[in-house]
Design a protein around this ligand. Structure first.
Ligand SMILES: Nc1ncnc2c1ncn2[C@@H]1O[C@H](COP(=O)(O)OP(=O)(O)OP(=O)(O)O)[C@@H](O)[C@H]1O
Ligand SMILES: [Mg+2]
Length: 469
């Protein structure tokens, strides 16, 4: 058992030889004021509040006021009162992930919550709030990734190491789409963060949507909506820390988070408690500073491994320009927009192709693929422009050749875009099927060469050579 003993030794080294503590001097809502530790604590540092009955409640410093540290707890404050001890704790929180975490469900503290027994700990510590790899030494995004969902594979192709957002109002199908992507994507490992979900939904999602097979190659991190904001925020950090661990093992990781909005809401609660001024929609400025810090951690690494990111964003009131959606859209390399109107006519996944983009396209496609996708997009867009007139019967067939063509192909395109939860489509079959229904010859002559990807890899090699020089 050499592994176990060295990790045990590591832990023993972390144990401090003496204990510094302060006292609780005030409590307002969830916010606790601690006196006597102002010289030793700093923002982000941890302490343990010792509640009556000797229960320890971990807490984190979020600000200072008049020589008192303002701390928020990770758990319930029951039994914490004035004068209670606040012990200084390890200030740079780390986690020690292990490959045996695959198939397990854990909470924001890295503790198992699936009843399958204790979790082994790895040797290497990973910081929960790590910085993204330096921009200049990061690799470029890799080759195309087969996500198993035809509409995305064909129209919004995603490359490994790319970060995509899935934007939708409530109940439009984000979680179902995410579970399909988790099951069908050809990644080595999935790391899935369920942040601020309803408790009831978590079990259903794990059992019905993700399933045993999907879970076997996933690590799932859960913080439900009833948990304190620090736990919800930490679950998001932990999701990326675990993804970074597998990336450093040279694995291609698919990192998913449902949802980034709930992370932003947790940040908002923390910011407001610390006395930050609310800015747009009550979100505090620190939320918008923290979002890129979190999302930039996904992406290509500096070695062989990569983290492909899929993040859902709940757009409140179906307003796609609300502040969090806007900020996240600007950070990511593409967005998939789900629309209520499409879901209402029962076409799932309810992706609005025209409003969604993947920023690595058309660079990753061959010329023939790009031409095919452009033609299909053109037909959809022509139809959308005339949709109102067509619906009320004001358009007369034969008045415009382009509209007639779009009208003829529209039903076939709609059925191409729909996909049942249990259906899986290969990326190559998607192009062939699209070409067939648009009556185009496929494979087109130069399709197999994939000049786009070759060019991308060529550029990669050049960039690498420049760096070495
Ligand atoms: N591919 C699909 N096929 C059939 N029905 C679907 C599909 N995707 C979603 N639905 C329907 O939409 C409902 C809501 O989906 P889902 O829970 O994924 O939404 P959500 O956007 O995650 O909602 P919330 O914002 O509340 O988390 C599902 O219960 C299901 O009835
Ligand atoms: Mg959901």
């Amino acid at each position: 058992m050499p592994l176990l003993s060295s990790s045990l030794l590591n832990e023993i080294e972390q144990v401090p030889s003496y204990q510094i503590y302060g006292r609780v001097a005030g409590i307002l809502g969830m916010l606790v004021e601690v006196a006597g530790l102002d010289r030793v604590l700093s923002i982000g540092a941890r302490c343990n509040l010792v509640a009556r009955g000797n229960r320890r409640v971990p807490a984190e410093v979020i600000g200072f006021r008049e020589k008192r540290a303002l701390v928020l707890p990770f758990g319930s404050l029951d039994g914490v009162g004035l004068g209670c001890k606040a012990e200084l704790a390890d200030s740079d929180p780390v986690i020690r992930p292990h490959h045996a975490w695959l198939g397990r469900v854990i909470n924001a503290m890295g503790e198992p919550i699936d009843g399958k027994g204790p979790l082994p700990t790895g040797i290497e510590p990973y910081r929960l709030r790590a910085s993204p790899p330096p921009a200049h030494s990061r690799s470029r995004v890799g080759a195309k990734l087969d996500l198993g969902v035809r509409a995305i594979n064909t129209f919004l192709t995603c490359c490994s190491g790319q970060r995509m957002g899935i934007f939708a109002g409530s109940g439009v199908g984000k979680s179902v789409l995410l579970s399909m992507l988790a099951r069908y994507t050809q990644a080595d490992v999935n790391v899935i963060g369920l942040i601020g979900e309803r408790g009831r939904e978590v079990q259903e999602w794990l059992e019905d949507d993700l399933g045993a097979e999907g879970l076997a190659r996933s690590v799932v991190i859960v913080a439900t909506s009833d948990e304190p904001p620090l736990m919800r925020r930490q679950a998001a950090y932990l999701t990326l820390a675990v993804a970074e661990y597998f990336r450093d093992q040279d694995r291609d990781v698919l990192c998913m988070m449902d949802s980034v909005t709930r992370f932003a809401m947790a940040m908002r609660e923390i910011g407001l408690a610390a006395g930050e001024p609310p800015a747009s929609k009550g979100y505090t400025p620190s939320v918008f500073a923290e979002l890129p810090q979190l999302l930039e951690r996904a992406g290509p690494g500096v070695g062989k491994g990569s983290i492909t990111g899929l993040f859902t964003v709940l757009v409140e009131g179906d307003d796609h320009n609300e502040p969090v959606a806007d900020a996240v859209r600007g950070i990511l390399d593409g967005h998939i927009v789900l629309e209520r109107g499409i879901a209402e006519r029962n076409r799932y996944p309810a992706i609005n192709i025209l409003r969604s983009i993947s920023r690595t396209m058309p660079g990753c496609n061959s010329d023939a693929e790009t031409a095919l996708v452009t033609r299909a997009r053109g037909l959809l867009s022509t139809y959308e422009d005339m949709a109102e007139l067509i619906r009320i019967g004001a358009y007369k067939q034969g008045s415009d050749a382009a509209t007639d063509e779009a009208l003829a192909y529209y039903p076939a395109l709609e059925s191409f875009l729909s996909q049942g939860r249990t259906q899986r489509f290969q990326i190559e079959d998607g192009y062939a099927e699209l070409a067939r229904l648009l009556n185009e010859a496929w494979p087109a002559e130069e399709t197999n060469a994939q000049p786009g990807v070759d060019a991308l890899q060529g550029a990669n090699a050049e960039a690498q050579a420049e760096r070495v020089a």
